[in-house]
Design a binder for this molecule. Sequence first.
Ligand code: UDP
Length: 244
Amino acid sequence: MTEASSSDKTTRYKRVMLKISGEALMGDQGYGLHPPTVERVAREVKKVHDLGVEVCMVIGGGNVFRGLQGSAQGMERTTADYMGMLATVMNALAMQAALEALGVYTRVISAIPMDQICEPYIRRRAVRHLEKQRVCIFAAGTGNPYFTTDTAATLRANEMQCQAIFKGTKVDGVYDSDPETNPDAVRYDRVSYDEVLQKNLKVMDASAIALARDNRLPIIVFSLDEPGGFEGILRGEGTYTIVE
Ligand code: UDP
């Protein structure tokens, strides 16, 4: 039994993966990192950590560089993807700094070894960090081109035996059409993996959904803009969609 599971019995899950896009950290600037936004997200993570929940994180890199963008501009795809993976390391370091400023111990764990900057990914070591209440931020995606950080989050969530993936977005769940353009869009409370794939609902990319489905890992889509929203769901409250 882990330290978290023995210390706290009120939360719905004891170990979770939070996946956010790189864009969630850029504020209104349209590019890069916006420190007050990074700090705001770190505070949301701290609230959950304070409940005794073991928290894993994967942050995308789209606020800095996306491989597909680079290859569309004529760059060789794998090089562009490696640049995307490096972007996720910068985001992970920014989140680490923000969390540690709030007194939350963290480890950045990279799929691509870069020993001067962070730890390499060693599964057993990462599990131990979680048991010691350190937030583990998994960087550099899966370490392979042609993948996304949604797939990296699902992979690491499975490896770490997380009980759910929390996908933080700008809206409070999965809708049948884009709620930002269609006021009549309807939110699902619950939706199956297969329905997400068949209807091409915007949750995560298809390989991530299939990997979650094959391992029965629930995906909770919620709004990261809602203060206390992440923590609320762990306590059994709030609005969200569960994909299961
Ligand atoms: N990437 C990759 N392999 C991975 C994860 C990410 O090649 O396992 C690259 C890919 O180029 C991707 C970029 O890193 O476009 C940034 O990740 P992503 O697009 O998932 O970031 P997000 O949209 O979540 O910000």
